[in-house]
Design a protein around this ligand. Structure first.
Ligand code: MN
Length: 159
């Protein structure tokens, strides 16, 4: 399960992407106005950003530049989605900061496989791995709070 921020101005595509990601067990947040994307990313702390390229106000390429120049967000992998795939687009999109891109209309299988690849790749990077290890320690084991000397006071002093 990962947290995925979707930046896309088309409501039908947002529904398609978010339904698909949710079906794969991911938690999603959608932004329709790319001017809100950086603030949303800071608040949501996504494991992956999926951005449309053809966006009003701040284009997908500009947004990727903003993400790459943000100290808190530069490590987050980016998957671009583009309606037009002309010659040279691959280089242009990757140069802007995307690790991968898929063309619209999307192939559901390709979309899901690309998301999985990017999440797996970022999990292998030391910085991200350290974060994942820290997260893994967070869940409370079953029975922990009834173990002897477990640190839970059976008679709270505030009663
Ligand atoms: Mn668009």
């Amino acid at each position: 399960m990962a947290r995925i921020l979707v930046v896309e101005d088309n409501a039908l595509n947002i529904k398609l992407f978010c339904d698909l990601l949710a079906a794969h067990g991911h938690e999603t947040e959608a932004v329709t106005d790319s001017r809100d994307a950086i603030d949303a990313a800071r608040a949501f702390r996504p494991d992956l950003v999926i951005t449309d390229i053809q966006l009003p106000h701040v284009s997908g390429l500009e947004l990727m530049g903003l993400l790459r120049n943000d100290p808190d967000l530069k490590a987050v992998p980016i998957m671009a989605v583009t309606a037009y795939s002309a010659q040279g687009d691959d280089e242009r999109i990757r140069a802007a900061g995307a690790q991968a891109y898929v063309s619209k209309p999307i192939s559901v299988a390709k979309f899901a496989a690309t998301v999985d690849e990017l999440l797996a790749a970022s999990a292998c990077e030391p910085e991200r791995k350290a974060g994942a290890a820290a997260d893994a320690e967070t869940p409370i084991e079953a029975g922990q709070d009834i173990a002897p000397g477990g640190g839970i006071d059976p008679e709270p002093s505030f009663g």
